[in-house]
Write a protein that binds this ligand. Structure first.
Ligand SMILES: *Cc1c(COP(=O)(O)O)cnc(C)c1O
Length: 230
C-alpha cells in the first residue's frame, strides 16, 4: 500500500522536475512520518527512501532508537529551546530555526557535542499569524546573526505555505522564498550557503519543485491521512 503511494509520489516528483527542466537528483523527497508507527516507516524504507521528517523531538528520538541508523532524520517542526539537547547528533538538518535565541541554544549544544549543525531558516513568507517563522524582512538580519555562530551552518531556507485546495495559490509564496534566497546568496555572507529550499507538502509539492524546491516534505501522500492534524 505505502509502496504504491511512494511510486505515485515519485512519478509526480519526476514529472515536476521534467516540466521545470530540472534533474531529479536536485530534489530530496522527505517522507514526513509524524504520528505514524515504526512499522509504516519500515515499509517505506523498502522503497529506498532514507530521508524522514518529524515535528516532535520525543517522537523523533523514540523512532531514532529503534530504526536503522542510516536513516537521515529531519526536524521540521517548531522547536523549543529546552528540547534542542535531545536532537543534536540524531538529525541531519533542523528546518525550523526562526529566532536568534533558538540558534544560540543549538550553538551551545552543538559546541558541547563538537559538531557543526546544519540548519535552515524558517520564513513565514505568507505572513500567516498562526505560523512560526521569521518575516521576510527580518530574515536577512537573522541569517547574518546566525552566521556568526561557529557550530551552526546555514544551508538555506524553509517555509510552510498556507493550507489550500488549489496549489497554484501557493506559487507566489514559493517564488518569494526562492527570491529571498537569491537575495541572501548575493550578499556572500561567510558561513552561509543558500543551496537548499525546503518547500512543498502533499498538496503543493509539484508547484514547489517548479519554483525551485530542493527538498519537499510529503506526509499524507506517502503515509495516508493522519488521525489527528498536527
Ligand atoms: C506535517 C508536515 C508536513 C507534511 O504535510 P502533508 O500535507 O501531510 O504532506 C510538511 N511539513 C511540515 C512542517 C509538517 O509539519
Amino acid at each position: 500500500m505505502l509502496t504504491e503511494n511512494v511510486i505515485e509520489v515519485e512519478k509526480h516528483v519526476q514529472a515536476a522536475c521534467d516540466r521545470a527542466g530540472r534533474s531529479r537528483d536536485e530534489v530530496t523527497l522527505i517522507a514526513v512520518s509524524k504520528t505514524k508507527p515504526v512499522s509504516d516507516i519500515e515499509e517505506v524504507l523498502t522503497t529506498g527512501i532514507l530521508d524522514y521528517g518529524e515535528n516532535k523531538v520525543q517522537e523523533l528520538s523514540d523512532k531514532y532508537e529503534v530504526l536503522p541508523k542510516n536513516i537521515r532524520w529531519h526536524m521540521i517542526g517548531h522547536l523549543q529551546r529546552n528540547k534542542v539537547k535531545y536532537l543534536i547528533g540524531k538529525v541531519v538538518l533542523i528546518h525550523s530555526v526562526d529566532s536568534l535565541r533558538l540558534a544560540e541554544q543549538i550553538e551551545h549544544e552543538a559546541a558541547k557535542a563538537d559538531i557543526v549543525m546544519p540548519v535552515l531558516i524558517e520564513v513565514n513568507v505568507a505572513e500567516e499569524e498562526s505560523k512560526f517563522g521569521t518575516t521576510s524582512e527580518a530574515a536577512m538580519q537573522l541569517v547574518e546573526a546566525v552566521s556568526k555562530l561557529p557550530h551552526i551552518k546555514i544551508r538555506g531556507l524553509m517555509t510552510i505555505a498556507p493550507f489550500t485546495d488549489n496549489p497554484e495559490d501557493n506559487r507566489i509564496y514559493f517564488r518569494k522564498l526562492k527570491q529571498l534566497s537569491v537575495d541572501i546568496k548575493s550578499k556572500n555572507i561567510d558561513n552561509v550557503d543558500m543551496d537548499e529550499l525546503s518547500m512543498g507538502m502533499t498538496g503543493d509539492y509539484e508547484v514547489a519543485i517548479e519554483e525551485g524546491a530542493t527538498m519537499v516534505r510529503v506526509g499524507t501522500g506517502i503515509f495516508g491521512k493522519r488521525n489527528y492534524q498536527i
